[in-house]
Every structure is written in C-alpha cells, then in structure tokens.
Design a protein around this ligand. Structure first.
Ligand SMILES: *[C@@H]1O[C@H](CO)[C@@H](O)[C@H](O)[C@H]1NC(C)=O
Ligand SMILES: *[C@@H]1O[C@H](CO)[C@@H](O)[C@H](O)[C@H]1NC(C)=O
Ligand SMILES: *[C@@H]1O[C@H](CO)[C@@H](O)[C@H](O)[C@H]1NC(C)=O
Ligand SMILES: *[C@@H]1O[C@H](CO)[C@@H](O)[C@H](O)[C@H]1NC(C)=O
Ligand SMILES: CC(=O)N[C@H]1CO[C@H](CO)[C@@H](O)[C@@H]1O
Length: 441
C-alpha cells in the first residue's frame, strides 16, 4: 500500500544514501536533519546514523514513515539506542506497519539509529530529528518507561515539552522520595491530557511501587488539580499515553507539577482538596484553613456549615489568624456573617445566628500564608433556655403533683389496711372465747 503511493516515491527521491558496505555509518552533527532510506531487494541492507546535537540539548527524533515488507521481523529491524553506540539503552525496536509514527527524546546529546533489512525484503524509513533544549523536555526522556527518582526537598517535573504537545506514546514514572519522617506534598499546577480520556492519563499512587494504593487517576482537560499528600515518604506518579494511528491524533499540553517534602500532614480538621465543603455537627470543634498547619497556597474556596438546631448560636473564636492583607480583603479572606477578615490581626470572637451558620475561606493562589485555626461552640439561645426552663418548671410541678397524689393514696391505703386488721383480730378473739366456753361446758 505505502509502497506504491506518491509519498513513498517522494521519499525514495529524498533518499540520501545508498548503503553499499556491510553497514554504512553516517555521522550527523547538525541541529536538524532527515533520516531517509529505502532498501530494495538485494540492495545492501544496513545503515547506521549517529546523531550528535550541541551541549545542553537532546535529540528529538520523529519517525514519520517506517515501512517494512516482511511477514516476520526476524532479520529486519529499526534499532534505536540512547547514546553514541549500540551499548546505550535501547528504545523499543520498531518493525512492520502500524508502529510507524513515533517521537522520542534521547537522554543526552547522542542518538544511535540503525536500519537493517534482510536481502529479499523491502524497507522504507523517513524520519526527522532536531536538537531541543533539554530543560524544555524535562526529566521524561530516554528509553521508554524509565522510573525517575526525585529526591530533592522541592522540585518540579512535567510532561515532555510542556506546555507544548507531548509525543503520543510517552510513558514516564516519577517517584518522589521525601527524607525520613517527612511526607510528599504534590501540587499539579496545570493539567490537560487528551479530552476523550481514551489515550492518556496520570496515575498518582501513595507509595513507590506500581501496586501502591491509587490516590487519583486524572485524565481529560481540567483546571489544576489541587494538593495531594502521601501518607509515607513516597509518592509515585505515572504518565501513560498510547501511540495511536495517525488518523486520530490527539493534542495534549500535558501537566506541570511541583512537589515538596513536608514535616506534617494537614490536620484532620483543616480544609483539604478532598474536603472543601464541610458540615460540622458536633457541639464543639475545630476548623482551619486549607492544609493547616501547612501554609495555604492553591486557589481554593472552603465552606463550613453548622448543622445544629435553630435553638443554638455558634460562638466562633480564632486561635491562629494570619492571612495576606489585601484591599477590602479581595485576595485571601475568611468570610463570616457577610463580613470579610484578612491580614494578621486576629478577629474578636464572633457569634453566629442559626440563620447564617456558614464560614467561608477563600485563597487566590497568589500568596502563601499560615491561614487560620478556630474553635467553635454551639450554645443554646436565651429563648431556647427559657423554653427549657419552662419545660423544667412544668416537669417539676407535674412531678410534685404526682408525688403528692401518690402519698395521699398511700396514706389512705394504710388506714384501710389497719381497719381490716382490727376487724379480723376482733373476730378471732370472739371465736376463741366461744371455744373456751365450749370446753368449759
Ligand atoms: C559507547 O559509548 C560510550 C559513551 O557513550 C563509551 O563509553 C563506550 O566506550 C562506547 N562503546 C563502544 C563499544 O564504542
Ligand atoms: C531470497 O530469495 C531467494 C529466492 O527467492 C532465496 O533463494 C533466498 O534464500 C532468499 N534469501 C533470504 C535471506 O531470505
Ligand atoms: C534552555 O532553556 C532554558 C530555560 O528556558 C534557558 O535558561 C537556557 O538558556 C536554554 N539553554 C540553551 C542552551 O539554549
Ligand atoms: C504572617 O505570616 C507571614 C508569612 O509566613 C509572616 O511573614 C508574618 O511574620 C506572619 N505574621 C504574624 C503576625 O505572625
Ligand atoms: C539506492 C539503490 O541503489 N537502489 C537500487 C537497489 O537495487 C535496485 C535493483 O535491484 C536498483 O534499481 C536500485 O537503484
């Protein structure tokens, strides 16, 4: 099919070198170039390219066409190694149709490519390479699915070429390792994979192995995902993407993330990415800003609602309060009863009516501050207390009446009992007398 198309004829015209030796080697030291080659039956069938790009750059190789006509891939193959010779790590070998579209990055300045075909087979290759700044590619490069360990206390990682399209088929794993006794805090600042969720996703695991618990599996296009914490020293992030047929390409800007090792995890009573809308049901308790006692940083809104009876008021007092200060508290604020609080001045205790039992915390994502911690207590309102007093008084009176009645009844019963006893006693006495009389007779 490919063999006879016009494009292939063009490629053949473009073919730069015909291998004539056992394996011809071409050294390429340009910043961009083409690897084009056609092998006909019985032509000499091996060529090697060694690409070297300037310092601090990597080789980006894009294989546009690779066609190889053979029922098996036994003898003919496109081999790509990460380095100046075949002892560098190997990329997946390409063979046959269907795998003919791929982009890959070397991990260093060199890439070694060899096309080999057995004498009776036909092969076509058309590929382009360019030098790319290694800091634009990031850590996800080299032979596929390598595990990248990140051990510094803070850092950044991203999909290759972010925010430009990363190559379909990119697979990378990052394992963040925090120092002993620390936890990993991950913030995904930007996230956009293929819209359909069919071809790519980002898996976040609470541990270092591929079987550690999944914390999240992100796909599609989203606004930035908020902070994620490991429960131990390790956090594993896996980028999966499929190399798909050329008819259905997808565009994916990828993701950009930062991480840091933290000494503690957010307190249970703080607002977190997973708990942004909190209902407080107990009579007393605590509430705190995003990820407290860690400093808040993301753009987020947290709300607390007090689910208590309308007979209660909420007394809210701030134990810690330090937010950024902005005009009219437009950046970061705590809102209670339609009033905004910000800055580092601790607000006086606030009493909330049942009609507006809601506290909001909002951060703009522009600043990093400690936030707030507050305690609350649900107290009965005066009206509720009066009602209760009324009920108590009522209850007390009722009890009194019941007690009085019971006593009265008890006393009466005692009188009757005595009477009966007296009657019985008298009767017995009379009988006895009669008997006595009989016996005397
Ligand atoms: C292959 O290249 C590496 C450097 O990338 C070099 O150290 C090694 O000696 C080379 N091996 C051969 C067989 O040339
Ligand atoms: C190439 O084809 C010829 C004739 O069909 C056959 O004799 C020969 O063994 C083949 N060579 C290889 C390497 O398959
Ligand atoms: C690579 O990119 C970084 C960041 O954009 C820049 O600071 C650096 O100068 C670039 N390096 C080269 C060699 O162009
Ligand atoms: C509030 O937090 C900021 C940022 O961490 C800090 O610089 C400042 O000293 C704190 N202010 C008070 C009053 O604690
Ligand atoms: C590039 C090259 O030399 N190709 C030759 C391969 O062999 C056929 C005949 O078998 C020639 O026609 C090609 O020119």
């Amino acid at each position: 099919m490919f063999r006879f198309c016009g494009f292939c004829m063009l490629l053949k015209a473009l073919t730069t070198e015909a291998a004539t030796g056992p394996c011809k080697t071409l050294i390429l030291t340009r910043e961009t170039g083409t690897l084009a080659y056609s092998v006909y039956p019985k032509n000499v069938t091996c060529i090697t390219w060694i690409i070297t790009v300037p310092a601090e750059h990597l080789v980006k190789l894009r294989i546009i066409t690779f066609f190889y006509q053979s029922p098996s891939c036994k003898n003919s193959i496109l081999q790509i190694h990460d380095g100046q010779n075949s002892s560098g790590d190997a990329f997946e070998s390409l063979c046959g149709l269907g795998k003919n579209l791929a982009t890959l990055f070397s991990s260093g300045r060199h890439l070694w490519v060899r096309l080999q075909a057995s004498t009776n087979d036909t092969a076509d290759l058309y590929a382009v390479f360019e030098a790319v700044n290694q800091s634009a590619v990031g850590s996800c490069r080299g032979p596929k699915d390598t595990v990248i360990s990140l051990t510094s206390r803070t850092g950044r990682f991203f999909s290759p070429l972010f925010p430009n399209h990363f190559p379909e088929g990119t697979k990378c794993t990052w394992v963040i390792i925090a120092p002993e006794g620390h936890f990993v805090k991950l913030r995904i600042k930007s996230f956009s994979l293929d819209r359909s969720c069919l071809y790519s996703n980002l898996q976040i695991r609470d541990g270092q192995s591929s079987t550690s618990d999944s914390l999240n599996k992100l796909c599609g296009e989203k606004a930035a995902e908020l902070s994620v914490f490991s429960s131990g020293r390790y956090l594993r992030i896996e980028l999966h993407s499929l190399r798909i047929p050329v008819e259905t390409p997808y565009y994916a800007a990828g993701f950009d993330a930062v991480y840091e090792a933290v000494k503690q995890l957010p307190a249970l009573y703080s607002c977190t990415a997973r708990t942004r809308s909190i209902t407080l049901e107990s009579q007393t308790g605590l509430l705190a800003s995003y990820n407290y006692p860690l400093h808040y940083d993301d753009e987020i809104e947290c709300t607390w609602r007090f689910d208590v009876d309308s007979n209660y008021k909420i007394q809210l007092s701030f134990d810690v309060f330090n937010l950024s200060l902005s005009p009219e508290c437009s950046d970061d604020y705590v809102q209670v009863d339609n009033k905004r609080y910000c800055g580092s001045q601790k607000p006086a205790p606030i009493t909330l009516d049942s009609s507006d039992m809601r506290v909001t915390f909002k951060s703009s994502g522009k600043t990093k501050y400690p936030g707030f911690k507050a305690s609350y207590e649900a107290k009965r309102t005066a009206a509720a207390i009066l009602t209760i007093v009324g009920i108590c008084v009522g209850a007390a009176l009722t009890t009194l009446c019941v007690v009085t009645k019971l006593c009265f009844w008890c006393c009466r019963s005692d009188d009757q009992a005595q009477l009966t006893f007296a009657q019985v006693t008298n009767a017995e006495t009379e009988d006895t007398r009669i008997q006595e009389q009989d016996s005397t007779l």
